[in-house]
Design a protein around this ligand. Structure first.
Ligand code: HEC
Ligand code: HEC
Ligand code: HEC
Length: 434
């Protein structure tokens, strides 16, 4: 009896394995001779260059100090390190022998030319939405960049996560390759913005939280997520600063990286640098899309803005508080602008997203490492205070700003975070050529 049941169970399992293997198996696409760069129309190549910039292909596919697109950037994931591949047209180590069909399958389905499944650290689930025309332009551009011979380093994913065939199961659950579907009820600009943000620019790859299997949460789009090197990709569905984000403000931020809410820094810096290739109309379109999504500050934003700004202007009394003393000694010369309108270049920290956000990460990283490094959005510099202030002093300043100025509760595990982030300095990616 037991024997029969066991036999039955084994049969079911075997059928399951065979069925899975059949689904997981993808054929290789025949290699081709690398097409001659001159075979691509110059305007197609130019468009591909623009799209590659906005899609941050080089940001991920270039190692620190390495040749553009030659890969080997280490991408730490909760499961292990994945190295990006060489997407220059080198015959042996790059994608030189990939046909357009092979490239398109990789972009739409996350399957390499030889049929192996690619890991979702490659944001193909976003790229899948792109039009044939845009994918063709990217292919044309990549086939004309200088080929570089560079073998991709082996990943350090532990068994069994290193088995690529398992990715097929992941895809079955979490991924449907679908072209972008416009919302007929929305404007043309909104739809253009949605197409760019959801597809090529893959904003959700950072800003949407992921489940334990690393898939973006469908129910919580743009709810914010703690990503690489302790940075928080802030939520894009709500405003934390009392001065609410508007469509215009978003357009200014996406174009130049600086607003009264702060500067694009950490992993957001290269995003702004990459978007620089897009025309103003596309930037406005993305702003229209997120302007529609983002809710204003709850409560009484205008009154609250006036109140917190007044609080930062009227601070001249006794300096008994240690955090306050330190703030006036180290920060106020740049951050208390004294004028009546907030300025982006001498930003009043009372409007800063980093300070209002309920986790201290981005505030601590800005104070330790400064703002305006090579990968940040351009603008005036703020020096890093890593060597100038002790943990205890940074804690006192944050404490003063949160409690006295914002009248907000202290950040949870703040002291622990200051300590940890100092011990594990974030390693910013090098500025990559594109
Ligand atoms: C967030 C980082 C990231 C970005 C942005 C990114 N890639 Fe990748 N890409 C990867 C990783 C990681 C892999 C390797 C995945 C693996 O080994 O399974 C990869 C693999 C690929 C592959 C498969 C190559 C091969 O040899 O198997 C192609 C093609 C590719 N990317 C093209 C692009 C293009 C084109 C862009 C820009 C539109 C782009 N990638 C942007 C991370 C990225
Ligand atoms: C590689 C990860 C990454 C990608 C991709 C990314 N972001 Fe960000 N973004 C971040 C991080 C990290 C921050 C917080 C850093 C900061 O405030 O300087 C941020 C901050 C922002 C902010 C400021 C929010 C606030 O309240 O201050 C906006 C707006 C934004 N991103 C929009 C976008 C849009 C639109 C896209 C797609 C075009 C995008 N991001 C793509 C990582 C990313
Ligand atoms: C030399 C001038 C200078 C000094 C001194 C300075 N800052 Fe800054 N800080 C800046 C500039 C410039 C920016 C970027 C503002 C922008 O472009 O919107 C900035 C940005 C920030 C941000 C990021 C805000 C955000 O949400 O993006 C924080 C947090 C910050 N500063 C905190 C501090 C603290 C705390 C001190 C004192 C320990 C300090 N700063 C001292 C110039 C300075």
């Amino acid at each position: 009896m037991l024997g029969r049941r066991l036999f039955g169970a084994l049969c079911v399992a075997a059928v399951g394995v065979v069925a899975y293997a059949a689904l997981a198996w993808r054929p290789a696409i025949a290699p081709i001779d690398p097409p001659a760069p001159q075979s691509f129309a110059p305007d197609k190549v130019a468009k591909g260059r623009m799209l590659a910039s906005a899609g941050n292909c080089a940001t991920c596919h270039t190692a620190p100090g390495g040749k553009p697109f030659a890969g080997n950037l280490a991408m730490p994931t909760p499961f292990g390190t994945i190295y990006t591949t060489n997407i220059t047209p080198d015959r042996e180590t790059g994608i030189g022998r990939w046909s357009l069909a092979a490239f398109e399958r990789a972009m739409r389905e996350g399957v390499a030319r030889d049929g192996k499944h690619l890991f979702p650290a490659f944001p193909y689930s976003h790229f899948a939405m792109m039009t044939d025309d845009d994918i063709g332009a990217l292919y044309a551009y990549l086939m004309t960049v200088p080929p570089v011979a560079a073998k991709t380093k082996p990943n350090t994913l532990p068994f069994p996560l290193d088995i690529r065939a398992l990715q097929a199961g992941w895809k079955m659950i979490y991924f449907k390759p679908e072209p972008f579907r416009p919302e007929p009820a929305k404007s043309e600009a909104w739809n253009r913005g949605a197409y760019l943000a959801e597809g090529l620019a893959h904003c959700g790859a950072c800003h949407t939280p992921r489940n334990i299997l690393g898939a973006e949460s469908v129910g919580h789009p743009y709810f914010g997520a703690e990503i690489e090197n302790d940075w928080w990709a802030l939520p894009l569905h709500v405003t934390f600063s009392p001065q609410s984000w508007t469509e215009d403000e978003l357009a200014i931020y996406l174009r130049g990286g600086t607003t009264i809410h702060g500067r694009a820094k950490g992993p957001m810096g290269p995003v702004i640098q990459g978007l620089a290739a897009l025309p103003d109309s596309d930037i406005h379109a993305i702003a229209t899309y997120f302007g529609d999504l983002i809710r204003p500050h709850s409560g009484r934003p205008e009154a609250l803005t006036a109140e917190v700004l007044a609080r930062s202007r009227g601070q001249t009394g006794a300096m008994a508080d240690r955090g306050r003393q330190l703030y006036y000694a180290a920060c106020a010369s740049c951050h208390d602008d004294g004028g009546s309108t907030p300025l982006a270049t001498r930003m009043d920290l009372m409007l800063s997203s980093a300070l209002w956000f309920p986790w201290s990460n981005n505030f601590v990283l800005a104070v330790l490492d400064g703002v305006g490094g090579p990968t940040d959005a351009p603008g005036p510099l703020m020096p890093g205070f890593r060597d100038a202030l002790s943990d205890e002093e940074i804690i006192a300043i944050g404490d003063y700003l949160r409690r006295d100025r914002l009248r907000q509760p202290m950040w949870p595990s703040y002291a622990y975070k200051v300590d940890r982030m100092r011990d594990h300095p974030p390693k910013p990616k090098e500025s990559n050529a594109r």
